[in-house]
Design a binder for this molecule. Structure first.
Ligand SMILES: Cc1cc2nc3c(=O)[nH]c(=O)nc-3n(C[C@H](O)[C@H](O)[C@H](O)COP(=O)(O)OP(=O)(O)OC[C@H]3O[C@@H](n4cnc5c(N)ncnc54)[C@H](O)[C@@H]3O)c2cc1C
Length: 421
């Protein structure tokens, strides 16, 4: 992750009430005699943060993080790879500091089964790992019911998990013939990163404008309108990409001829040279294995004081996988992870978790190589509603600018450090 550290003027710290959480916890760890076992599945924004903070805040817990990938690759800023404004290397980091600085045991493996009665998980090599409390942070998996042939098919990469698919989509865009057509599809909400698809449209259009100026980008959005930072994105599209981007709302995909990249929506037909198909989403598949995806068999309902499942005791879920009136963002995943880490430490010490919680979300989007804008919101726990509710403050950029581009880079550096180092 080699972004140059920039002056970090604005408040973008992603920390959630750390001081009060810490004082609460020092007592918790002193009164714990036995080493309890916490297993975290998933080493993304949520899981790596939870593992790190449990390791940092408690010496009485053995924390193990299981992640299928050898390295962390950041979705935030991955759209910039498509525009040619970041490299994959800048988004990639190892997990070494989690072990060397915080004592987290890391295992690179796929979790293939979870027995919530016996309190153990099974890895792809057949090994089992026991836990006292389990934290699931699997992110999202995809629903390919409209076009099952697209699953595991390189013809139309989603690039909605940063990694090889991001590099593949970038290469397909670069290799496209002059004057060709890129089509991206956006599923109905809820999905990971509400502004993400519209930022992606800017980045693809930015590349086309400079390298393939007669090409087109058609955005087929299943939603009735742009779902986040609408004014800012519309302004950027009008100003910079009016000849390139065609935005078509209410475009639910009905069929795709995968061989020919021919797409039918209810109202129209389209033909792509490059297709970025972003499928509908649900909690990562392990939520299903653990039986915790109890909202439409898609998302996981949790107690917002502890992130414990409402159906399986001792199983906590954090990040994109949960059902919440909170955006599915890396910033949120990081904040939820800290609340969960503190609550798990308290619960394992037979103490009551903290009851008054507040955190915030900030999400930046780039409209070109330099200019960005933000959306921000504050949330606190409402004990009557048993929900995180929106508090005053926050706001949204109406125009992108270069200063916000610097804030965006500062935010990224800051959160990568907070998750991993
Ligand atoms: C293009 C794009 C741009 C974005 N931009 C922003 C942004 O600017 N700001 C922002 O805040 N958010 C942004 N997001 C959203 C952000 O990336 C997600 O909200 C965040 O990654 C969620 O964290 P998570 O830990 O829940 O999931 P993830 O970060 O996806 O982590 C889940 C991890 O679990 C692992 N895993 C899953 N199942 C298993 C298993 N069975 N065994 C082992 N490991 C498993 C996965 O390999 C993965 O590493 C963006 C997303 C995208 C797609």
């Amino acid at each position: 992750m080699g972004l140059k550290r920039r002056s970090f003027i604005k408040h973008v710290a992603s920390v959630v009430g750390s001081a009060s959480v810490l004082s609460h916890l020092s007592h918790a760890s002193q009164s714990t005699d036995l080493k309890k076992k916490v297993v975290v599945v998933g080493g993304g924004f949520a899981g790596a943060t939870a593992a790190k903070y449990i390791g940092m805040w408690s010496k009485d817990i053995e924390v193990t993080m299981i992640e299928r990938n050898a390295q962390f690759v950041s979705c935030p800023q991955s759209n910039l790879v498509l525009g040619g404004n970041r490299s994959m290397q800048q988004l990639t980091s190892d997990y070494d500091s989690l072990t060397s600085k915080y004592g987290v045991k890391t295992i690179q493996s796929e979790v293939v089964a979870i027995d919530t009665e016996a309190k153990n998980i099974t890895l792809s090599n057949g090994d089992t790992v026991n836990y006292h409390r389990l934290i699931l942070a699997p992110g999202v998996d995809f629903i390919y019911d409209t076009v099952p042939e697209l699953e595991n098919n390189d013809k139309a990469p989603h690039a909605w998990k940063a990694g090889p698919q991001t590099a593949l989509l970038r290469q397909q865009i670069v290799d496209m013939k002059q004057g060709g057509t890129v089509i991206m599809t956006i599923p109905a909400t809820p999905f990971r990163c509400p502004p993400g698809p519209y930022e992606r449209a800017c980045q693809i259009a930015f590349y086309l404008k400079h390298h393939n100026p007669t090409a087109k980008l058609i955005v087929l959005d299943a939603n009735a309108d742009i779902v986040s930072k609408k004014t800012m994105f519309k302004s950027a599209w009008d100003k910079y990409y009016a000849d390139i981007i065609e935005y078509v709302p209410n475009s639910t995909i009905e069929t795709i001829d995968v061989e020919n990249l021919a797409i039918e929506t209810e109202f129209d037909s389209f033909k792509a040279d490059v297709l970025n198909y972003i499928p509908s989403q649900k909690a990562g598949n392990i939520a299903d294995m653990a039986g915790v995806n109890n909202v439409d068999q898609r998302w996981c309902k949790v107690d917002f004081l502890t992130y414990e499942s409402t159906v399986k005791p001792n199983v906590h879920i954090i990040g994109d996988a949960i059902h919440a009136k909170l955006p599915k963002s890396g910033h949120m995943a990081n904040a939820q992870a800290k609340v969960c880490a503190a609550a798990v430490i308290s619960l394992l010490a037979d103490q009551q978790p903290k009851q008054d919680l507040a955190f915030s979300n900030t999400c930046y989007s780039f409209v070109d190589d330099q200019q960005a804008g933000h959306v921000a919101a504050n949330y606190s726990y409402d004990a009557d509603k048993k929900q995180m509710v929106v508090m005053p403050g926050g706001g949204v950029s109406l125009e992108a600018d270069e200063l916000e581009g610097e804030y965006a880079n500062g935010w990224a550096e800051n959160i990568w450090d907070d998750v991993l180092r």
